[in-house]
Write a protein that binds this ligand. Structure first.
Ligand SMILES: [Zn+2]
Length: 130
């Protein structure tokens, strides 16, 4: 075995996967890394779902993170949005709208085929509803 590498096994099919950077990993990290590289059907589905989760979190960062200009939110607010992404990915909920302030909201929802959509909703109307 190459120096710095280690072997992990896929969580679903048990196949061993050589991990080049596996030497410093804990057992759960080895399993996760092996599962992320395995090509069996269950692992492929898991990878797609993990990637969707990562992409949705990146999207929150784009829309409300440090480069979002006037829409930038403090970490506490972003943490709530990220928790919503996790809850939706874990199928504990379907959708949520986080109203940051009047006229600015983040809507996170599960779409067809388990896709996750993150949108920034801005409304500039000055109408007041009594
Ligand atoms: Zn597998």
């Amino acid at each position: 075995m190459k120096k710095g590498s280690n072997i992990g096994s896929c969580r679903f099919c048990g196949q061993n996967v050589m991990l080049e950077d596996g030497a410093g990993m804990t057992a759960p990290q080895l399993e996760e890394a092996a599962t992320m590289r395995c090509e069996c059907e269950e692992a492929t589905k898991y990878q797609e779902s993990a990637n969707r989760r990562t992409l949705a979190k990146q999207r929150i960062d784009e829309l409300f993170g440090k480069d979002a200009g006037e829409f930038r939110q403090p970490e506490e607010v972003k943490a709530i949005m990220i928790n919503v992404v996790d809850a939706i990915c874990d199928k504990k909920m379907k959708a949520a709208t986080i109203t940051v302030r009047t006229g600015l909201a983040c809507r996170i929802m599960q779409m067809a085929k388990d896709k996750i959509k993150v949108v920034r909703e801005i409304s500039n109307n000055n109408e007041y509803v009594q």
